[in-house]
Design a protein. Structure first.
Ligand SMILES: [Zn+2]
Length: 445
């Protein structure tokens, strides 16, 4: 008997009409345990760059890390292939599933670096295949095989930096596609009880729950939090009003800002690579159709546009209050320039660093009676309407006005946050250290 370690990466088995790669992983957890494999970590749910143009949904890839006896290796691979074939929506254009089997305990540094690039930028299938060949990983790609990129990235993202957990509960087959039934009051209760150790349960602005997705996928609900114990406890407080087929706790990079990469200069911004960058507001914000707010920022190297879209709520309000000269840090995805538009940062967050003084020019006051003078026309002096005094050679006075905006961090409203966006609740809770987290007892059912 020889015990071995394998990392199994999965990506892109779902489509907008059916399925969910996390569900494939959840089914595999049960099947692989039945075969005799044991999990050395929680299954990981790795959200990849949300700004890749050909990906429209959550863009999440999965990795299962297991130990097993060498004798069942063939059965394990067969089970994975079978399950993907069973669950994936092969007919859907744009769904190109990929599987990666990577053996050995250690993940090579180059594959870890590759994963970071897939999360923060754009990577080609060729890059993935080159690494797989170099380190003798096995890959199975269906259709155009693009899913291999995400599958390898999920293997390589070992979550050594910040990470969170999500418990996902799935619906029974006959309910999929129908309205979800969960007791809403219990979700608000759960949020109150477990705060601040869970996040993105409800949208406080709209008083609406956000843990249940819409659409035909098999997920009933997902609760995100800091520890496996917390999300499990939170799930116990929520009352589903329909049967739950299974639930699994995932370890994930959600809510960590992992996609955002700092760039020093505006000229270094590239399309599709989410950024954090500083700049000075170069013109007052303007509203474009559909109530989106646009404004340019600049530094010594370049000028780019920033956009806050209507559904971003709070952020859009803040953006509309900015003015020329304000110094900010912008966080968000980058849209390629088009004929109509410059390179644009789609804002997820703004940090207002410095507010420009807002001033206005008022007429001076009468030196005799103190009331505000009236101008008699350009360079004709001022006159007091109350006491009749006249003044020549007086100028307007500059007055400093109060800004209706404070310095600080502003984040898009919960309902429009990306999976990767770090919400307010998580600031100060970032983790740094663990390479693998051994699963607690009862991490799936
Ligand atoms: Zn007067």
């Amino acid at each position: 008997m020889a015990s071995k370690t394998m990392h199994i990466g999965l990506d892109d088995t779902d489509s907008t009409r059916k399925g969910c790669t996390t569900y494939v992983a959840a089914v595999l957890v049960e099947k692989l345990e039945k075969l005799g494999a044991s999990f050395i970590d929680y299954p990981s749910l790795i959200r990849l760059n949300p700004n890749v143009p050909w990906k429209t949904r959550g863009n999440g890839a999965l990795c299962l890390r297991i130990r097993y006896d060498e004798s069942i290796e063939g059965q394990i691979k067969e089970t994975v292939l079978e399950t993907v074939e069973e669950q994936a929506d092969f007919q859907f254009r744009g769904t190109d599933p990929g599987i990666v089997f990577f053996k050995g305990e250690k993940i090579p540094r180059q594959i870890k670096a590759f994963a970071k690039n897939v999360i923060t930028g754009i990577v080609t299938l060729k890059d993935a295949v080159k690494l797989l060949t170099e380190f003798s990983g096995e890959a199975v790609g269906f259709k155009n095989g693009r899913g291999i990129i995400g599958a390898l990235a999920a293997v390589g993202e070992t979550l050594r930096g910040d990470y969170t957990f999500e418990i996902l509960a799935y619906r029974v087959l006959e309910n999929r596609g129908l309205k979800r039934h969960v007791d809403e009051a219990s979700i608000f209760e759960m949020d109150k009880t477990t705060a601040p150790y869970t996040f993105n349960n409800v949208d406080a602005e709209k008083n609406r729950i956000v843990i249940t997705p819409r659409g035909p996928d098999p997920i009933l609900l997902g609760i995100r939090g800091e520890t496996p114990e917390t999300v499990k406890k939170a799930f116990a407080i929520v009352k589903p009003l329909e049967p739950v087929e299974r639930w699994v706790i995932f370890r994930t990079n959600q809510g960590t800002d992992a996609h955002l990469k700092k760039v020093e200069k505006l000229s270094q911004i590239r399309p599709y690579s989410p950024v954090i960058v500083r700049g000075t507001v170069a013109a007052n914000p303007r509203m474009i159709p559909k109530r989106h707010i646009i404004f340019p920022i600049r530094d010594e190297s370049a000028e780019v546009d920033c956009a806050a879209y209507e559904p971003t709520g709070t952020l859009r309000k803040v953006a509309s209050k900015l003015m020329i000269g304000d110094h900010i840090k912008a966080y968000g995805g980058v849209r390629a320039p088009s004929q109509k538009r410059h390179l644009t940062i789609n804002l997820e967050k703004i940090r207002v660093l410095k507010l420009a003084p807002k001033t206005a020019f008022h007429n001076p006051v009468c030196q005799k009676c103190g009331s505000r003078l009236k101008s008699m026309g350009k360079s004709k002096g001022f006159r007091c309407e109350k006491c009749g005094s006249r003044y020549q050679g007086l100028g307007k006075v500059e007055v400093r006005l109060k800004r209706d905006l404070k310095r600080g961090l502003y984040i898009t409203s919960t309902r429009s946050q990306r999976h990767l966006t770090k919400p307010f609740r998580r600031y100060g809770m970032e983790k740094r250290h663990v390479a693998v987290e051994r699963p607690i007892d009862g991490w799936h059912s």
